[in-house]
Design a protein around this ligand. Sequence first.
Ligand SMILES: [Zn+2]
Ligand SMILES: [Zn+2]
Length: 445
Amino acid sequence: MRNYIGNLFEIETKDENSKILLFDGYLGSRQDLLDNNEQDELNNKGIETGFLKIDIENNQIEKLFGVAPDNEQELIDKWFEIILSSNSEDPLICMMFTDLGNELGTLSHIASFSIIGTGSDDDKLLEHINSLLDLTDIYNNTSKKIKSTIRSFKEKIKGIDSKNINVISYNVGQGNAIGIFHGKTPLFYFDLGGGAYWNKKTYRDVISFPIDNNPFIILSHWDFDHYESLRSKIEHYNECTIIAPLQKITPSAKKLADKLKNLILIDQEFNNGINCGFFEIFRCSGWTKNDTGIGISIDLKKENDISKILLPGDAQYCFIEKKYKTNIDAICVSHHGGKICNEENFPISTEKDKGFCVYSYGKGNVYGHPLNESKETHKEKGWGNNSESESEDEFNSKDGFAYDTTLGDVMYRKYNPLLKCRYEDFCRSKEWNAKIDKLLKCTDE
Ligand SMILES: [Zn+2]
Ligand SMILES: [Zn+2]
């Protein structure tokens, strides 16, 4: 028997009949948690943190939690006490992933499952957990620095001719990592994520992104598929300033936040958008971690090429202001092509049906991203023809099109010589190299 106190941070739709529940939490009992007063102690010597994944049928969710399948989102952000067992007679199973353990995860049975919040000592426990995970202190410490950080960020990009800016969506498996480069120099990154834990197979070799000139790193939100590349090579980015939203976070994310030397948290500051010349940074207006993240709208003023780009992170489009969604050429599809909860107020492409979209997902990911439903909706709303997204011919098309970043894709319609050397630096397999080379040669003609 082993205790686990976990936060249900995400419910992914696997198929019509089943869901995936994802927890981030502490491998310990209530008492273990209450006995740990110092966050540092908790991280370094105290209770280990870990992720838990449960594949579950919709009717089981109803049975276990008394919530109808359409309403299970109300369980998000709740804390659960889970007793793990090795008794094969306990029918519900889960996979446990710790940073120290087996990356394939360890299979466990679940002896019992309960929501924390109704018992007599629950208030005390929740209050304690919340205090461990609170970023407000870090935020207050740095709030006076926010203005100067934004100023120095603006300073860095001032006077740069936007026509020489390249926006690249990297292949990091199931995750998101976008580089905004001036020539060969990175100006900033928007997310440095990647596949990990149950999606580790989609991102075996973590990329060391170039850091000449100490680029800023903006994290859209605190989900690991948006920070895994940063977390696993943290010393490499020591000198970089990290900008992230002030959000309610989970134990593993807090562990990372504590290690970041130059972390600037943003709360209300981006609510009205911050204009930085060729791009604007804004905060999305929903209420979940995904939907309250940071987004970016870019306008490179390029003619005959992709110029206006929307980078929503994992936020649903309905939580992004209209001005960022009108007349754009390209989007990095929200939430890796996951479920679209609200089809209203979709982004509008400059040329009808020729909108260009990139799906940043890792082939073979456990969520089945991008979902057909998402590809179909994007197509219907004027975002290219998704159906042939993996064909090479389409990559070379001059028209708007959609493709995935399984092979490492780039937001260009045209060949750019800089691209080639960048790919040589980052390529992960010979096969991948050869394929990209071939594609580049074609577009060169
Ligand atoms: Zn997310
Ligand atoms: Zn994500």
